[in-house]
Design a protein around this ligand. Structure first.
Ligand code: PGA
Length: 258
């Protein structure tokens, strides 16, 4: 794992956007794996700025999002379809039909999981997968469990996740209890993984992801086995990491140049 520790959320967002921008510049037809949530919105704002000011081009790229609530209509204000339209898709130049999110209204959710997984494979697999991390260590909606789920699948959301996501809904009761999520295998097959974390409330999950044992009880711990992971985390999210790791020359130096 490569770990970049930034001063704050803003610097984390800028750095993460640059990593995605360089991916797109080097390979304009990249397949991007994208995420929703409060952590990634700053990165999307920077990407929009790079598109407007520097001509960063999304026209040949494809995007696959990690997950969607179940059931939810795409036009629902709380859907991840709406989130992505608002925070990125409507403001950059993806080509029509090149952005993909699981269908939260699929009559046959199992068939939708299989279709989604197959469409990622048909696109040639994901070049770079953006991840946030839940306070419970989830990635996508892969919640703590006794086994790692493999491909795109239906999930029942964890109590912690319902509470955490209630801030986007009128009440906790209004948060859908189920979702479709890429699985751990889907995520681990991405060629490169870019995980962002900000804030003290993520510090325990970040610490256990890096230093804990690999266990489905902390789904992000599986990333220790991926050969190309970049963690871009701010100082607060890094608060529980060993001192040597937090202040190591290369990390601090790279962070300064963001
Ligand atoms: P957040 O969610 O960015 O809203 O904290 C991250 C996640 O749950 O993966």
């Amino acid at each position: 794992m490569k770990i970049l520790i930034t001063e704050d959320y803003e610097q984390m967002s800028r750095h993460a956007a640059r990593i995605l921008a360089s991916q797109l510049t080097l390979k304009p037809d990249s397949v991007l794996g994208l995420a929703t949530g409060g952590t990634v919105t700053g990165m999307y704002q920077r990407l929009i700025a790079l598109h407007r000011e520097d001509g960063l081009d999304f026209s040949q790229a494809q995007a696959f999002n990690l997950d969607e609530y179940l059931p939810i209509a795409p036009e629902d204000p709380q859907s991840y379809h709406t989130f992505m339209q608002t925070h990125l898709f409507s403001q950059v130049n993806f080509s029509a039909g090149s952005t993909h999110i699981p269908n939260g209204l699929a009559a046959d959710a199992e068939a939708e999981c299989r279709r989604y997984e197959a469409s990622i494979e048909a696109a040639g697999g994901i070049d770079i997968q953006v991840l946030g991390i839940g306070r419970n260590g989830h990635i996508g909606f892969n919640e703590p469990d006794i086994t790692f789920e493999a491909g795109t699948h239906q999930v029942t959301l964890d109590e912690q996740t319902l509470l955490d996501n209630a801030r986007f809904f009128p009440s906790v009761a209004a948060v859908p209890k189920r979702a479709i999520s890429m699985g751990i295998k889907t995520i681990m097959h991405a060629r490169r993984i870019l995980l962002l974390a900000s804030g003290l409330e993520k510090s325990d999950a970040v610490h256990r992801m890096i230093n804990g044992k690999i266990t489905p009880a902390l789904p992000a711990s599986i990333l220790q086995l991926h050969p190309d992971v970049i963690l871009v985390i701010d100082r607060d999210a890094a608060a529980l990491l060993p001192e040597g790791l937090r202040t190591s020359g290369s990390v601090a130096k790279e962070a300064q140049h963001v």
